[in-house]
Design a protein around this ligand. Structure first.
Ligand SMILES: Cc1cc2nc3c(=O)[nH]c(=O)nc-3n(C[C@H](O)[C@H](O)[C@H](O)COP(=O)(O)OP(=O)(O)OC[C@H]3O[C@@H](n4cnc5c(N)ncnc54)[C@H](O)[C@@H]3O)c2cc1C
Length: 437
């Protein structure tokens, strides 16, 4: 038993946090810490796509999540220390001041995040990391992750056939180890001041995820309250019928922001679906919602299987045609100034709110890749900067899939924008809604 650090990376929660549970079990004193200069907090886009940084929407949700986490830690006799720089600069110094090299955290298998851990190792830290972001544990799968089927449908069929079981979510810890003795010589961030620096954001009445309202705010407590509200409503059985909606709070589950920031554990969500089904009976709404959570798992396992290759332009392909990425066209796309009104409306919604429906994410991604012949990584970087639900695995996986650079043998996904507008916005009300930002 000893003094250790717990490094909050993506999962900003106390419930169902196996890495934190392990840190608690192995520590006499524990310093929970968050680095504002970490890959999970910042925009990691390639500067080739222009200077991008995390949008005010994304920053606000992160700050709200951290403030909530700190409040919850304080209620358990601890507190969150927030530091400004990259982990490899700061955590080894903190460790030295506390006379410890032991650092617990969750595992993240994306390029920048893996590099962070490598750098910490080089700086002498003993990093103990735990995989926890998928619904199914990799070792519960009916195959080795290296044999992940190249097609999602096959993946879910194999899991269904094997009756693969998800682990039950862990409860919130009853108590945290005390904080180590006060250490000095490093700067910390005051979250309330940080919020002030961000400035006042005007509420957007058209937002599908109005994160400035308490009910949709970042953080674990709002996430769990949303879960309770959602499953007490009549929305879940209608999920399949409404999930292709374009605007409003009532289509699709609206869990992504909290799942992406780890304020909500996917196992907690799945357990809630189980309870709902036990009460209401099996229904196609929650059955379909589960299938979306499996997409989420699929992209996680794809990253475990292929790692950094997924971040190359050619992805998993051997050969690809030369690129014709036009930065001027890309800028017009990102600002919603293309010849396509539906694409423009969606891109303006993204800019104004940090959210866009799944249907429209597919349409705008396809338009950039297949009509403008843009580099899919630029689109992924723009989404990374803007989205309040930015999730490295889901974002990379979906862009790769639409570009046809992943494992799917059918190639990319090309959407006919005008047909999509006729099918999903027949009265053009969505396009009118976002004519102006
Ligand atoms: C180009 C592109 C980029 C995307 N980038 C992200 C991203 O950065 N972060 C993100 O969470 N989702 C991303 N998605 C997936 C999807 O659009 C969002 O998860 C969904 O719109 C969020 O709203 P919701 O929670 O109401 O979804 P629901 O329909 O209620 O789905 C429930 C949950 O299932 C998961 N899910 C749903 N659809 C997908 C999918 N296609 N792939 C993987 N998981 C899925 C999400 O965790 C979601 O919260 C992207 C999709 C595309 C086409």
């Amino acid at each position: 038993m000893s003094t250790t650090l717990y490094w909050f990376r993506n999962d900003l929660r106390l419930h169902d946090n196996p890495a934190l549970a392990q840190a608690i079990a192995q520590s006499d004193a524990l310093l929970p810490v968050y680095c504002l200069g970490s890959a999970s907090a910042m925009h990691n886009g390639d500067p080739r796509w222009g200077a991008m940084q995390a949008s005010q929407h994304r920053q606000r949700v992160l700050l709200d999540s951290l403030i909530d986490l700190d409040a919850q830690l304080r209620a358990l006799g601890s507190a969150l220390t927030v530091v400004p720089g990259p982990p490899a600069d700061i955590l080894p110094k903190l460790g030295a001041a506390l006379d410890t090299r032991v650092l617990h955290c969750e595992t993240i298998v994306a390029s920048h995040e893996q590099e962070e851990v490598r750098q910490l190792g080089l700086a002498g830290m003993a990093v103990s990391s735990t995989w926890q972001s998928s619904l199914y544990a990799p070792e519960a799968l009916p195959f080795d992750v290296s044999d992940l089927p190249p097609v999602y449908t096959r993946f879910r069929q194999l899991l269904a056939k094997a009756h693969t079981q998800q682990a039950a979510p862990l409860p919130v810890p009853a108590q945290l180890p005390p904080l180590p003795k006060a250490v000095h010589g490093y700067a910390t961030v005051n979250l309330a001041q940080q919020l002030q620096h961000l400035g006042t954001l005007a509420p957007e009445p058209r937002a599908s995820v109005p994160y400035l309202e308490g009910a949709f705010a970042g953080g674990e407590r709002a996430a769990l309250a949303h879960l309770a509200r959602y499953f007490a409503s009549d929305l879940p059985p209608n999920y399949k019928a409404t999930r292709n909606g374009l605007t409003g709070t009532a289509f699709s589950s609206k869990c992504s922001m909290w799942l992406a920031s780890g304020a909500l554990s996917v196992r907690q969500l799945a357990a809630e679906i189980d309870r709902f089904d036990a009460r209401v009976g099996p229904n196609e709404g929650t059955e379909w919602l589960r299938l979306e959570l499996l997409w989420r798992d699929y992209f996680r396992f794809l990253h475990l299987q292929h790692g950094a290759k997924l971040f190359r332009y050619r992805g998993l392909r051997d050969k690809v045609a030369p690129l014709h990425h036009d930065p001027a066209q890309f800028t017009l796309w990102s600002l919603g100034r293309t010849p396509e009104p539906l694409v423009n409306a969606a891109m303006r919604e993204l800019l104004a709110t940090g959210y866009m429906s799944n249907r429209l994410r597919q349409v705008v991604a396809s338009y950039l890749i297949h009509e403008l012949r843009g580099d899919w990584r630029a689109g992924a970087a723009w989404f990374e900067a803007q989205l309040i639900d930015y999730d490295v695995y889901n974002n990379q996986g979906n862009w790769l899939y639409i570009a046809g650079m992943g494992t799917d043998p059918r190639g990319g996904r090309r959407f006919n924008v005008q047909k999509q507008a006729r099918d999903y916005d027949p009265d053009q009300s969505y396009q009118r809604l976002w004519q102006q930002v």
